[in-house]
Design a protein around this ligand. Structure first.
Ligand SMILES: [Fe+2]
Length: 414
C-alpha cells in the first residue's frame, strides 16, 4: 500500500502538485489545474479551495465470472462505494472492507463487487462522500459526488469464444490510445491488455491519470476490463514503486486467467539491462524475480486448466527473441523460452523492440510463433487484435494508418 493510500492526503505535497499543474497550464493537466488555488495559497501551505471531484473515472480491472474490480481516484479523502444492479436498477451497494473496517479516508479506491452472476451485464456508478473532518468520535462528511452510469459484463465460464485488444509501447503518448482504438472500429472485444511501456518512467499520480487513466476511460476502460503488465520502462522513475497501487490484475504483477477457450499467462519481464547496471543504483533485483516467475510459469503450464484449454497464450513485454542481446532478453530466452517449447505454448505476444513483426516458429529456436507489436512513434504504432473461438485463434496487427501489417492463425489442436 502506498503512502498515498495509507495516509489520507498529504495536503502540502498535493498542493505542490497543484502549483506545478497550474504553472504548466497544459491541457493534459486540466483536471488538477482547475482545482488550483492561487499561487500564494499554495506556497503558504494554506488550504486552497479544493473541490471533491473524480480525478479518474471508474476503470474496470480484474474480472471473474462472479466479480469485478472497479477502481477510481478522488481529489479528497472520502468514503466511496459502488452502486449497481441489472436492467437499469442500482439496488445493490458494494464497498471495500479491510480487517473489519470499511475502507475510507482514502483517495485511490478499489471496490471489488462480488457475488455476481456469470455472464451477466450490470449497470454501475460510483459514489464518493468527502471526509471533511475525521475526529476520533465525530466524523464530518462534506460534498457527495456521483459518477455517470456505465456497464460491465462478468465472464461466462462456458463462453465459446473471446476477443481482446493489445496496446504496447505507448510511451507517454496519451493520444495514441484513442487513435489505435479507432482502428478497431465497431468490432466487439471482451477486454484490453496493456503489454508494457505505457510510460517512459514513473513520475507521479498526475502522469498516471493524464497519460493512461483519462485516455483509457475516455475510450474503453469504464466498460471493458483493462489488464496491465509492466514493461521495463514502468520499473523506472521515482513513482515506479507506487504504480501497483493503481492497478489490480487477476493475481498480481504476473498472472494467468482463463477466458473462453484461452488460458493466458502474463509475465512481468523486468528491466532490459543487468541488475548491477549503474543506472539502477543498486535498487533492482529482476534476476531473482524472473527465476521465481519461471517456476510459477511452469506450474501454470502444468495446470489442468492450461492443459485443457484450446489455446495457451503468453503475453510479455520483452520478447525472448528478435530483441537484441541485452541481458533482459537473454534471461527471458534462457528461462521462459524452453518452457514455452516444452509445454507447447500456442502463441507469444510481446512488444519492447518498437519494430513490429510476426515471427513464425523456427525449429530448434522457438517452436511457438512470436508476435511483436510496434510503437511508439507515428507510423510505427500498432493495435493487436486477437479472437479465439472453437476452430482457431486469429491474431491481426494493424498499423496506425489502418493497414494490416501482421496476421497469424493458430488452428485448434485440442
Ligand atoms: Fe518500449
Amino acid at each position: 500500500m502506498s503512502d498515498a493510500t495509507k495516509n489520507p492526503l498529504d495536503r502540502r505535497s498535493f498542493l505542490g502538485t497543484l502549483t506545478r499543474a497550474g504553472a504548466l497550464g497544459t491541457a493534459a493537466l486540466t483536471p488538477l489545474a482547475t482545482l488550483a488555488g492561487s499561487a500564494d495559497e499554495v506556497t503558504t501551505g494554506q488550504p486552497a479551495a479544493v473541490e471533491h471531484i473524480f480525478l479518474a473515472k471508474p476503470y474496470l480491472q480484474a474480472v471473474s465470472p462472479t466479480s469485478m474490480s472497479i477502481r477510481f481516484i478522488t481529489a479528497l479523502p472520502s468514503y466511496s462505494w459502488v452502486e449497481y444492479g441489472v436492467q437499469g436498477s442500482f439496488d445493490k451497494k458494494a464497498h471495500a472492507i479491510t480487517d473489519g473496517m470499511v475502507n475510507a479516508n482514502n483517495r485511490i479506491h478499489e471496490i471489488v463487487v462480488d457475488g455476481l452472476t456469470p455472464g451477466l451485464t450490470y449497470n454501475y456508478r460510483v459514489v464518493s462522500k468527502e471526509i471533511k473532518e475525521f475526529k476520533p468520535y465525530n466524523l464530518t462528511y462534506g460534498t457527495s459526488i456521483q459518477s455517470d452510469t456505465y456497464q460491465f459484463s462478468t465472464i461466462h465460464p462456458a463462453a465459446k469464444e473471446v476477443s481482446w485488444l493489445i496496446f504496447n509501447d505507448i510511451h507517454d503518448r496519451p493520444a495514441s490510445f484513442a487513435h489505435l482504438m479507432g482502428l478497431n472500429k465497431e468490432n466487439p472485444y471482451d477486454f484490453v491488455f496493456l503489454n508494457g511501456d505505457m510510460f517512459d518512467y514513473q513520475t507521479d499520480e498526475q502522469q498516471i491519470i493524464d497519460h493512461l487513466l483519462t485516455p483509457c476511460t475516455s475510450c474503453f476502460a469504464t466498460g471493458k476490463p483493462m489488464m496491465f503488465v509492466r514493461g521495463n520502462h514502468e520499473t523506472r522513475g521515482k513513482y515506479a514503486r507506487n504504480l501497483k497501487d493503481y492497478f489490480t490484475n487477476p493475481g498480481g504483477q504476473y498472472f494467468s486467467f482463463q477466458w473462453g477457450p484461452v488460458f493466458a499467462m502474463a509475465l512481468d519481464t523486468g528491466e532490459d539491462k543487468e541488475d548491477e547496471h549503474p543506472v539502477y543504483a543498486g535498487i533492482v533485483d529482476f534476476d531473482h524475480y524472473r527465476v521465481k516467475q519461471a517456476a510459477w510459469l511452469e506450474q501454470q503450464l502444468q495446470s489442468k486448466a492450461c492443459k485443457k484449454a484450446k489455446y495457451r497464450v503468453v503475453m510479455m513485454h520483452i520478447p525472448p527473441h528478435y530483441s537484441g542481446n541485452a541481458h533482459g532478453t537473454l534471461h527471458c530466452r534462457e528461462l521462459f523460452s524452453p518452457l514455452f517449447d516444452k509445454y507447447k505454448v500456442d502463441i507469444v505476444i510481446a512488444g519492447h523492440t518498437h519494430t513490429y513483426g510476426v515471427h513464425p516458429p523456427v525449429a530448434g529456436t522457438h517452436n511457438y510463433p512470436l508476435i511483436i507489436g510496434g510503437g511508439p512513434k507515428e507510423g510505427n504504432r500498432t493495435l493487436i487484435r486477437v479472437k479465439a473461438d472453437q476452430q482457431a485463434l486469429t491474431l491481426q496487427m494493424l498499423k496506425d494508418d489502418g493497414a494490416e501489417v501482421g496476421r497469424y492463425e493458430v488452428i485448434a489442436k485440442r
